[in-house]
Design a protein around this ligand. Structure first.
Ligand code: KDG
Length: 326
């Protein structure tokens, strides 16, 4: 039986060579999709995990399913749709990590090729399908993000239905993952739907920057005041610090000072690390440290996923107070 289920779109990622896209001759194919990334991290940390999604009947779809299966993720409930393609995105590599427009300064950019994709047809019916319903009935945690919600009206229907399912002790985890390109022309709807998803979930991850864009503040305490509902709220201020709120606790853990190769996917690795530690009953401080350690694995590679060292090593590191966490 799977203990965690993640629900969302997987994408084949074509990582360009650093520099302007028009000059990239070689693309490295990797796997992405926020919920798929979280699934592979959870599985590497010893959590039985299933991924619910839709892929096209094409090479990229078969690759994604094989990639997740190779990590030990249960893909038995993934639906193949012969009528729609698997989503793709091209990662144009900036050389820096900031938001400047100059390629030498700014972070990578995502170019989506996903309109009408197989996963954009996700709908509430996918939760009711026998294999998915069975997985959901027996898991302890379900994780999804604001990307799934943004894909289409039917996918919004799915995330709303997911939140409305009887919990039976199951935790719902939600990562805001605000992707403006997917909400173009619908920013009011985005703020309304995403706030509802934050309020309806038990564990919530907010990037400070994106929360600022959607909810008007990037301040951790103001966000907590705005969203007192989730039992656990984690506000990530990218390069600096992560603030975790759980019950009466408020814990801050600075990010590891690392030479960053590429940021995309780090938030998913953080969520995976945090959630695995949660499912292993670790206290808030260690959950946040686990998040940072897993994010570090994603930050130091060019793909979106994180290939982790042995859990025993991470556990040892997460115990050490004398590490220079700054
Ligand atoms: O968090 C990383 C994801 O953004 C990436 O893997 C692609 O899911 C993706 C998306 O929709 O942006």
């Amino acid at each position: 039986r799977s203990r965690a289920v993640t629900v969302g779109e997987g994408l084949a990622v074509l990582v360009a060579q650093p520099g302007p896209l028009e000059e990239s001759e070689i693309f490295e194919r990797t796997a992405g999709g926020a919920e798929a990334n979280v699934a592979t991290v959870l599985r590497q940390l010893g959590v039985d995990t299933a991924w619910l999604s839709r892929v096209g009947d094409d090479g990229f779809g078969r690759y994604l399913v094989a990639h997740l299966a190779a990590h030990g993720v249960d893909v038995s409930a993934v639906v193949t749709d012969p009528g729609r393609p698997t989503a793709v995105y091209v990662k144009e590599r900036g050389s820096g990590s900031g938001k400047a427009t100059d390629l030498a300064e700014r972070a990578s950019r995502m170019l989506y090729y996903r309109t009408g994709s197989a996963a954009s047809a996700l709908s509430p019916a996918d939760l009711a399908a026998t294999a998915a319903a069975e997985l959901l009935a027996h898991c302890g945690l379900v994780h999804f993000t604001g990307i799934t919600t943004a894909l289409s009206a039917s996918a919004t229907g799915l995330t709303e239905a997911l939140l409305a399912l009887p919990r039976n002790g199951r935790l719902v985890s939600f990562d805001l993952n605000f992707r403006p390109a997917l909400w173009a022309g619908r920013s009011e709807l985005a703020a309304e739907v995403l706030a509802r998803h934050v309020r309806g979930s038990d564990v919530v991850f907010l990037g400070a920057d994106e929360a600022g864009e959607v909810f008007g503040t990037d301040d951790a305490d103001e966000l907590r005041a705005l969203f007192p509902e989730p039992a656990q709220l984690i506000v990530k201020n990218d390069a600096h610090t992560v603030t975790g709120f759980a019950g009466a606790e408020r814990v801050e853990v600075p990010a590891l000072g690392l030479e960053i190769t590429e940021r995309i996917g780090a938030g998913d690795a953080f969520a995976g690390g945090y959630l695995a530690a949660l499912l292993h009953d670790r206290p808030l401080l260690q959950r946040l440290r686990f998040g940072h350690l897993c994010a570090a694995a994603a930050l130091t590679g060019t793909g979106d996923g994180a290939e982790l060292p042995a859990t025993a090593i991470l556990e040892r590191l997460a115990m050490l107070d004398e590490i220079d966490w700054a």
